[in-house]
Write a protein that binds this ligand. Structure first.
Ligand SMILES: Nc1ncnc2c1ncn2[C@@H]1O[C@H](COP(=O)(O)OP(=O)(O)OP(=O)(O)O)[C@@H](O)[C@H]1O
Ligand SMILES: [Mg+2]
Length: 252
């Protein structure tokens, strides 16, 4: 059994989509593509992935429509939901090691990391990743923050080889169209000169991302840690394209 691949969607700025993309990609790989995954929630202040899981458990019990969807899915899937480990940046690697020593064999482990590159524990944790994906949006502050984060990781960590990180790519999120906008292309040209690049796939800005079962009635789920995304909601989101591009990079 080969070593699991450590992957993180990371950047210092809040609200750009780290936890959302982590949950979406982990769930798609596990529930749709059958890849064994685990997730490590290292966001000590919010524990978003854990909050998602608790929410998902609640809605699949309490919403009759989602309860039926869940029952139908698990009667065929025959596996438990993937594990979400709850920890801090300082303990994340030790907690993951123990999880692996206990006989768990995920192919990919996603770490939800939040915080600045000036924090010693965060730097150590990022240095343990195999692949980093840095969400970036076209909002000016978020854009500058993600570029600065990626540039720091590249110059302070990757260039000095004090890291396992093999590749890092920015990923455009919350874009109004399914293709890169002119602004994305201009920024791509700019970051290329810094030795950075972004994925071809962009994620559209859409209220699908809020479809997590909080609405009542027969509304499907897009982001769930317990179920695959509803096929109707998947259409036009570019999530399948994103997963395919990521699989090519991390080679699973
Ligand atoms: N492509 C998208 N379209 C619409 N809404 C989105 C999209 N991606 C993320 N969101 C929304 O943006 C908000 C912030 O996302 P998320 O919590 O994933 O950010 P984060 O980077 O993990 O933030 P933090 O640093 O606070 O942990 C959430 O409400 C999420 O649903
Ligand atoms: Mg988060």
């Amino acid at each position: 059994m080969s070593d699991p691949i450590y992957v993180a969607f990371a950047t210092q700025k809040g609200g750009v989509g780290k936890s959302t993309l982590t949950a979406l990609v982990a769930s798609y790989l596990y529930y749709v593509e059958g890849i064994e995954v685990a997730a490590v929630d290292c966001d000590s202040t919010q524990h978003s992935l854990n909050v998602y899981r608790e929410h998902d458990l609640m809605v699949t019990k309490e919403n009759p429509y989602l309860k039926r969807v869940c029952h139908k899915f698990y009667s065929q899937f025959k596996q438990k939901p993937y594990e979400i480990l709850l920890t801090s940046p300082a303990d994340a690697i030790a907690v993951t090691d123990n999880f692996l020593k206990a006989g768990n064999t995920p192919q990919v482990i996603f770490f939800d990391i939040t915080g600045t590159i000036n924090d010693h524990d965060i730097v150590n944790l990022i240095a343990n990743m195999d692949y980093l994906f840095v969400p970036i949006t076209t909002e000016t502050g978020e854009m500058a923050s993600s570029i600065s984060f990626a540039n720091n990781v590249k110059n302070k960590m990757m260039a000095t080889r004090v890291t396992n990180v093999k590749e890092m790519h920015l990923v455009w999120n919350k874009i109004n169209t399914r293709e890169k906008s002119r602004l994305c292309e201009i920024i791509d040209d700019y970051i290329e000169k810094m030795g950075l690049d972004s994925l071809d796939t962009v994620l559209v800005k859409s209220n699908k991302f809020e479809k997590d079962g909080r609405e009542t009635g027969n509304v499907g789920l897009f982001r769930s840690t317990m179920l695959p995304p509803d096929k109707r909601l998947l259409k036009g989101s570019n999530l399948e394209e994103l997963v395919s591009e990521i699989r090519n990079i991390i080679k699973v």
